[in-house]
Structure formats: structure tokens, C-alpha cells
Design a protein around this ligand. Sequence first.
Ligand code: CP
Ligand code: NVA
Length: 306
Amino acid sequence: MNKDFLAITDCSADELHDLIRLAMDLKKMKHRKEIGAPLKGKTLAMIFQKPSARTRVSFETGMYLLGGHALYLGPAEVGLGKRESAADVARVLSRFNDGIMARLFEHQLIVDLAKFATVPVVNGLTDFNHPCQVMGDLMTIEEHLGRSTDFQITYIGDGNNMVHSWLNAAARLPFTLHLAIPEGYDPDPGVMKRAVDAGISEIRVFRDPAEASKHADILYTDVWASMGQESEANKRKKDFEGYQVNDTIVQCAKPGVKVMHCLPAHRGDEITDSVMDGSHAIVFDEAENRMHMQNAILIRLMADKG
Ligand code: CP
Ligand code: NVA
């Protein structure tokens, strides 16, 4: 693998399959308490500019389970790009730590961290993408469908960081990606073009969520206003009307459709209680698998080779 994991497109299709296989093995080993300590003595510095439950807990717990240690650095400590440049933070942390994980607003800052860090940098979400989430999601799809290619996923909602990572996945692994997105909220055209031009997956944008959901194996949604967009929440509530994953939409998909959400969910907005708590939802498997997938990524990037 490359030194860093900033985007799914940093990996080849073979590397993505390898990560999914390793994550599934690590999950079994964890439940049998046989995981060993492949990262014994290693430390991961975690920089957070934004809030998090899953990302912090999964990386911190994961590092402990792998025999290492993780340090939480909140917005007040680092002041990335303000108190100190990303380049200097990267140089300093590389002297102490064996890896850096960062959850940031501006994507360029994580690119800068990776450029100047001599240790691996892992993207724990930026305004632009969320690759660890989609990798955990692909593992969850493999668990539930028995395959992580050749499925149809229908994403309903904002063309945001999650969509960019799904488009990047579609540029590497073959599946059908239907995006049901209201006008004005489409994903970045460059990311879309690169995914379409890769010619690996079938990608279509719809305005009608019901039409997009036909034949879906997976329905996927995310919040309408992401972290940092809170002031737009009321406007977005109106603009995304009709883009809710509810029982009617579930009925449009395949009978055994699985419903996914990266969480946190705004119940009653993008997804109803009845779907979140119903038999189609696999959202908590998805949350758990973040850790197993990230453990696989950390091992591939940080474990001593040979
Ligand atoms: N899905 C996810 O990244 O959750 P957190 O924002 O709680 O980390
Ligand atoms: N799009 C959401 C994802 C949260 C995991 C956000 O950026 O807030």
C-alpha cells in the first residue's frame, strides 16, 4: 500500500480486497480474543478538528487491541494551520508517533500532513471524503451479501464527503451506484467524472429517490447537514424534503434490501425510526466494522514488515 490512506483511490482493487479480507479475519480473531499484538509498542496520534464518537472510539480501542496506544488531540491542543502549520505538526508528531490519524475540515490540510509526515497518515474524515467509513461499509456489505462487488447501492441525500468516497470506491471495484440527490447538492464534478471515466462501475444520478431505489440491494443515507453546515440545517430540511429513507422507499427496493447509514443519524429527517429500528437496517454492524477495517488499515500501514 501507499504510505498514507487519504482516499480509497490510494489503493488498487487488490489492496481493497486484501483489506476487506484482513478486516473480516481480525473481527473473528477479536471475538475469539486471538488478535495478538501486531502493533505492540506503536502509537497513533489522533488530531480532531470536528466532533466524533465512532471514529475516536474505534481508532483508540483498535490501537489498544492491536497492542499499541492512541493519543487524542482535540482542536484546542493542535490548532492545525493556525497555532502551527500542518507541515510542522506533521514533522513533530513523526518524531513521537508511528502514525497519525486526522479528522479535519479542509482536505488540503490532510494532504499537507501526509506530505510532511514521515509516518503514515490516515484520513478520519474531511469535508471532502470519509474513506475509512466506506471501507467499513464494503466489509459490512461483504458480510451481509457475501460479496463486496456486483451489488446495487442507492444513496439518497446530500452529494457530500460520503458520496465522494462511494464514487472513489466505484472507480476501483465494480458495482452499481445510484445517487438520488436534489438539484443543487450534486457531488464534486471532478470526482464524479473520474469515477465514470474509470469505466469500472455503473453510476447514475437521479432526482427521484423511488426510481433510484428500484432493484437496490443496499439503501444508504447520511445527514442532510454535515458537520460545519449546521447554519444551513433549516434550509436543507426544506430542500431535502422527499429524500427520506422511510418504509415507502424501502418497499421500492429489493425485498431483502439492507439499509445503511454512517451515523450519527438525525432520526425523523433523512431516516425514520421505523427503518432505523427495523429488520432491514444493518447500521450497528456498520458502526462496529469501522474498527475492524481500521485495524486492518493500521496493520497494513504501521506493522513492522518481515
Ligand atoms: N461515522 C462516523 O464517522 O461517526 P463519528 O462522526 O461519530 O466519528
Ligand atoms: N457527512 C457527515 C458524515 C459524518 C460521519 C459529516 O461530514 O458530518
